[in-house]
Design a protein. Sequence first.
Length: 85
Amino acid sequence: AAEGEAGGAEERRGRCPALHVVGTQDEVNPPEGGREVASALGGSIFEHPGAHDVPMDGASLAAYRSFWVEAGLAACGDGAAGDPA
């Protein structure tokens, strides 16, 4: 890494809300790796019992929306196609 890159990442940490979706059965990116990334970059973690996927069931969509609301991003979804509203 070039000098100053780590400082730039640290400076950005917390300014851009991030939700890390971690599957407890993921063999492509094991949960420990997902947690390490979240720890390094900051953000929230949503763990699900699946593998290397992003769950789209009702409970998961509710968790994503909750994250958006808490992060102040609720206005990003306006009910358009693809919005879990």
